[in-house]
Design a protein around this ligand. Sequence first.
Ligand code: NAD
Length: 313
Amino acid sequence: MMTNDIKILVIDPLDDEFFNILNGKAIIIKAYDCHQNLIELVRDVTVIVTRSSHKIDKAVIDNAKNLKIIARAGVGLDNIEVDYAVRHGITVISTPDASTRAVAELTIGFIIALARQMSSFDRFMHDGEWCKNSKFGVELVGKTLGIIGLGRIGSQVAKLARTFRMRVIAYDPYISPMKAEKLRVELKKNLDDLLIESDFVSVHASLTSETRGLIGEREFRLMKSTAFLINTARGAIIDENALIKALKEKWIAGAALDVYAEEPLPREHPLRKMENTILTPHIGGSTVEAQKKIARILAMKIMKTLEKLERVG
Ligand code: NAD
């Protein structure tokens, strides 16, 4: 049972559904964008609710003496010291499935926008021009989509891409060949083969010490000069300097990015100046549907975990 002794600190905005479900069951403290004084705020809270913009590091965990749960609204726990938290008896929960469809749909949107050079035509039109025959796009039928990381989102992207009759290949050393077979995806044994064969390379791996900087200069040089890169996973998986070089020197045809090594992307970042790129500000999970799902699932998980902790403790 929850009581008013339970303090839930929410440090990033959430859909109202979260507050409606927990209303009256705990004291809820909203403190958005509290990067500077987070350490102070966590002192007596039972639950910290965060997205990806705040770091829940060792210092924060050490200072939160009553902390029982770190709740991540979304997927990807790379901003949380998970092992350290678990060793201190703290439960870490997240909503891994809630934004899968939203991110997969954004990825497909990027693929189509890149194939049809929508961003440059859009820019021409806004500049008062009508450059109808200045360039031609490509169709997706028969093109090869290379998916790096065939997890929840990667699998959903594979299913959607097949409806466009694309050939889908993937590189993911941690999934079974059976899973790929079921999805009718050709699993590659190494990343190089995927990069060499793909017309579109889409990154859906989790950020780990192994995937940090996975795509660098060497990898961009392996890609076709007509190929596009899409990254809706985590910025640090791509070496951004290498990407800028690859775009400038036309080793690849273009890129679409939703995530960056540093977020928010600095105002003067060279990526903002690149012509053949589409940039969005980490909006993969930003749909009305996904936000409601995240809020509902997270609130229910917090209640269940607190009840369980009370039963055992
Ligand atoms: P997931 O855990 O289901 O899938 C990740 C996959 O990456 C797994 O199958 C894993 O085996 C694979 N992988 C791990 N190491 C790899 C390596 N070295 N090479 C290739 N594959 C490797 O995660 P998910 O829910 O599908 O999320 C995928 C990515 O999308 C994550 O990075 C997540 O943080 C990100 N994400 C972004 C947004 C956004 O708003 N843009 C929203 C949700 C998730």
